[in-house]
Design a protein around this ligand. Structure first.
Ligand SMILES: [Zn+2]
Length: 212
């Protein structure tokens, strides 16, 4: 995979302002759905930012199946849980692409998230769950191996924006094939839909969704 020397996430003060907004302002309010005003404010700000470098995170996208925020437990329980990401349905085997250039900071295959990759891009962290393959180890460390998908993703590997990092699977706690995509800014969960909306606005829905 191609290495990207510097993450574009660090450049530009406008981008920094967005990150501050995304990380600090009213995210819990957004999650609770109790403050439409802060949602609107964040949306209008994100629309002014440059998202040209961002990639839609999954190929063959079919639809959003579960939003960010509180929901009933998918196993039918009565307890509410906080859903820390956005579920995006796609046929099993569809390739998953890194949202932004960064570095693999964690791989795992033994949690509810299933086979998963965590990528850090500056102060953002993006998380991809329920992928195919499993964690293996060799002389140079741990990596996720998805042989049928022709993929190997190693810890500490540099990842380009839009690079294929896995395929949609059914590992971990899931009732159907989908990508669970999580986003954190300075350690706080962010609603990925806000970022996607801004990307669509700037790039145009066609160019984002029809990306090969
Ligand atoms: Zn999910």
């Amino acid at each position: 995979m191609k290495q990207i020397k510097t993450s574009p996430m660090h450049s530009g003060s406008a981008f920094r302002r967005l990150m501050l907004l995304a990380g600090i302002s009213g995210l819990s309010a957004i999650a609770l759905g109790s403050s439409q005003n802060s949602v609107k404010a964040l949306e209008s700000r994100t629309q002014a930012m440059s998202w040209q470098g961002a990639s839609f995170p999954v190929e063959n996208f079919q639809g959003y199946t579960s939003p960010f925020g509180y929901r009933r437990s998918p196993d039918g329980g009565y307890n509410q849980e906080f859903h820390r990401g956005l579920d995006m349905a796609a046929p099993e085997g569809s390739y998953i692409r890194s949202w932004w250039a960064g570095k693999v900071v964690e791989i795992s295959d033994d949690s509810a998230c299933g086979t998963s990759v965590v990528i850090q891009s500056g102060e953002w962290v993006h998380i991809y769950c329920h992928m195919q393959g499993r964690v293996e180890r060799d002389g140079s460390g741990r990596y996720i191996s998805d042989r049928r998908g022709g993929l190997q993703v190693r810890e500490n590997q540099a990842i380009a924006a839009g690079a294929r990092i896995g395929r949609v699977g059914m590992t971990g706690r899931t009732t159907g094939p989908h990508l669970h995509w999580g986003l954190k800014y300075t350690g706080q969960w962010v609603d990925p839909a806000l970022v996607l909306r801004a990307m669509y606005t700037e790039q145009g829905s066609q160019s984002v969704s029809s990306r090969p």
